[in-house]
Design a protein around this ligand. Structure first.
Ligand SMILES: O=C(O)[C@H](O)COP(=O)(O)O
Length: 411
């Protein structure tokens, strides 16, 4: 995607293919002498057995500028945690594996409940949050990067490009967000981004009128990408949703806490593919069905917090506006796919739009019935204020879990 378009809202950095990876990494190694860079990998145990993670580790093993890698391990038994320790042991960098389901971590989570800061729903949001907590507790990194563990097209250049704008000592950016085209199996991916988020944001602007927040979200070429990097100074303030609203929630927090001039987006890959979830049309608890509900709720709550008045009439109008716009955009995507020789399952895409249209109204209803219901995890500043020993106890728990599971230790 070698253009150099700027949208005027947030800075956008392209891959003009004028700088080699070696040179990029050399610059990053120089920056890292004064701004240590750490990487967070939120992983499910099942991803250790998937097709992506082996290659991700092969690629990461060649990265010399990383100070530390923090792996958050979800859905793992003790035996699986030990297996994970062995699996990640080949990383040459200093690294830790946080066993989120282990007894020490569970006890710490329970400690938050009487303080009114728990329970925290399990999921990617909580996994990222614990990794960030460890990073804050170590207090020795200036830049944090994060990416998913299911990227089957992973190249270490993705990481270099993602962290460059926040690691550069003369750039003002506090956060960078990755973008790329999602393509796999000769099809366009990004079904929720294309068929829900883009037409929904356009429709919200039509129905509610001008909004700087919507303009900001609209400026992201891939708002749902799981790849972002941040200066660590902004992390203790970051409030993250525990559900699928995570990506939108982080963008919204950056808008509120840092402002659009501190945020940029970077083209990190020519092509990106990952594990695809089902639409799960019959089950609002999983798949893209659940994802679309959580995303709509996250956007509606932020709009309300920004002073927009929402009502049942608004949601009904929004649904109609969205539906028409989503179908128009679908046509454009199908033409783009045709021009590029990609397959395009139009009936399936139309079904997803019908489902998302219903979910806009449903998410609106949930919001109106309970505008206060917050799926947010307390930020680390709040935790620290309520329990000043928590962060150091948390770090000690991770160290103890690591010591108990030394890969070559006979138990
Ligand atoms: O980014 C998205 O739109 C969702 O994660 C779904 O992506 P997929 O269609 O590539 O699976």
């Amino acid at each position: 995607m070698a253009d150099f378009h700027q949208n005027g809202n947030i800075a956008q950095f392209h891959n003009l293919r004028t700088r080699s990876l070696d040179e990029l990494e050399y610059r990053l190694a120089t920056f890292a002498q004064t701004r240590k860079i750490s990487l967070i990998l939120p992983s499910l145990f099942s991803e250790l057995e998937g097709p992506a993670l082996q290659n991700i580790l092969d690629e990461l093993s060649q990265v010399k500028y990383l100070h530390r890698i923090i792996i958050g391990l979800d859905a793992a038994s003790e035996e699986q945690f030990r297996h994970a320790r062995q699996f990640f042991a080949r990383l040459p960098q200093n690294h830790v594996v946080i066993w989120n389901d282990g007894p020490r971590m569970k006890a710490l989570m329970e400690r938050l409940e009487p303080l009114g800061l728990g329970p925290i729903e399990k999921g990617k949001g909580r996994n990222v949050w614990t990794c960030i907590g460890y990073l804050i507790a170590c207090a020795d990194s200036a830049v944090m990067a994060i990416h998913d563990c299911d990227i089957v097209t992973y190249k270490r250049e993705m990481l270099s490009r993602l962290v460059f704008p926040v690691a550069h000592p003369a750039f003002p950016y506090q956060m960078s967000k990755g973008f790329y085209p999602r393509i796999g199996n000769n099809r366009l991916g990004g079904r929720v981004t294309r068929n829900l988020v883009s037409p929904l944001l356009i429709s919200l602007k039509k129905v509610l009128g001008d909004s700087e927040y919507i303009d900001y979200l609209r400026a992201f070429r891939y708002p749902l990408s799981g790849e972002f990097a941040m200066r660590t100074a902004s992390l203790p303030d970051l409030r993250m949703p525990s559900d699928w609203g995570l990506e939108i929630g982080v963008l919204s927090e950056a808008w509120r806490n840092l402002g659009p001039r501190a945020v940029c987006q970077v083209e990190i890959a020519d092509v990106y593919d990952h594990k695809h979830q089902d639409l799960s049309a019959a089950d609002a608890l999983t798949g893209l069905n659940r994802m679309s509900l959580d995303i709509c709720k996250a956007i509606f709550r932020k709009l309300a917090a920004d002073g927009k008045v929402l009502s049942p009439h608004i949601f009904r109008t929004l649904r109609a506006t969205y539906y028409r716009r989503a179908l128009d955009m679908l046509e454009t995507y199908s033409h783009d796919a045709q021009m590029n020789g990609l397959d395009f399952d139009r009936p399936a895409e139309e079904r997803s739009i019908q489902l998302f249209a219903e979910n806009i109204v449903q998410a609106g209803q949930v919001f109106l019935e309970n505008p206060q219901e917050l799926p947010f995890i307390p930020n680390w500043n709040l935790v620290h204020a309520a329990d000043p020993a928590f962060l150091s106890d948390f770090r000690n728990a991770v160290t103890a879990d690591m010591a108990d599971s030394e890969p070559d230790r006979v138990v």
